[in-house]
Design a protein around this ligand. Sequence first.
Ligand SMILES: Nc1ncnc2c1ncn2[C@@H]1O[C@H](COP(=O)(O)OP(=O)(O)OP(=O)(O)O)[C@@H](O)[C@H]1O
Length: 253
Amino acid sequence: MEPVQSNNNASGKPVIEINNLYKAFGDQKVLNGFSLELLEGENLVLMGKSGSGKSVMIKCLVGLMEPDNGTVKVLGKDISKLKHIELDELRTHIGFLFQGSALYDSMTVRENLEFPLRRHTKNMTNRDRETRVREALENVGLPKTMDLMPAELSGGMQRRIALARALILKPRIIIYDEPTTGLDPITAKEIILLMMNIQKMYRTSSLIITHDVDCARVISNRMILLLDGINYAQGTFKELSTSTDPKIQAFFK
Ligand SMILES: Nc1ncnc2c1ncn2[C@@H]1O[C@H](COP(=O)(O)OP(=O)(O)OP(=O)(O)O)[C@@H](O)[C@H]1O
């Protein structure tokens, strides 16, 4: 069965272009000619089994790992050609929501949110910083949590705060790594709806790594399936979930 390779006529110019990426560790070929394009304004879901190379791909994407071959362009810039300081600047346009939220436990919500601001916007006044934190908390529906510690929040609230932190620099791209993992179905649904609202409010382009079929169904404009080191199939949720290819079907069970 031929892999599905359509792209749902998604419009907009690419904000991420990964072309023919190769990465091996010794004899283990992890990425074997993987390509991906994230278009402006779209929600692209990437699915791949555990150990298929999603994290390796993300590390290559943000310049934390050097691929053996292939090119990565972010916002039109070839990241292999950037100086350290330029790469650092480029990374401020990418927000990350990590698996399990990854908030700093010993910091209040406010300090967690201020952390990226202090690092990347040296000239910001305290008042502007506070306004930005308030705005981000309001946008994730938690305006009154500023002075709480992460341990005082539920798992769903922690995920929202982590999303507020990912948004604080107003990134053009957000990478979500398993955004609904570890949450009950109702909270997971709330997070998905919030991600959709965020896309509208901040006009971000999102790359969403998930195993959650419901999440993919609701949020994706387009999907890519990573299998055997390549983008084995891409298309809309409907196209892929109704494929008769057993390797594609396996992703939707
Ligand atoms: N620095 C490294 N050195 C050696 N092998 C590595 C390194 N980084 C990743 N790998 C291997 O590459 C493969 C892909 O790992 P990766 O973490 O990208 O998988 P993943 O798709 O993100 O998995 P998961 O869904 O479980 O997070 C794994 O077999 C892993 O052991």
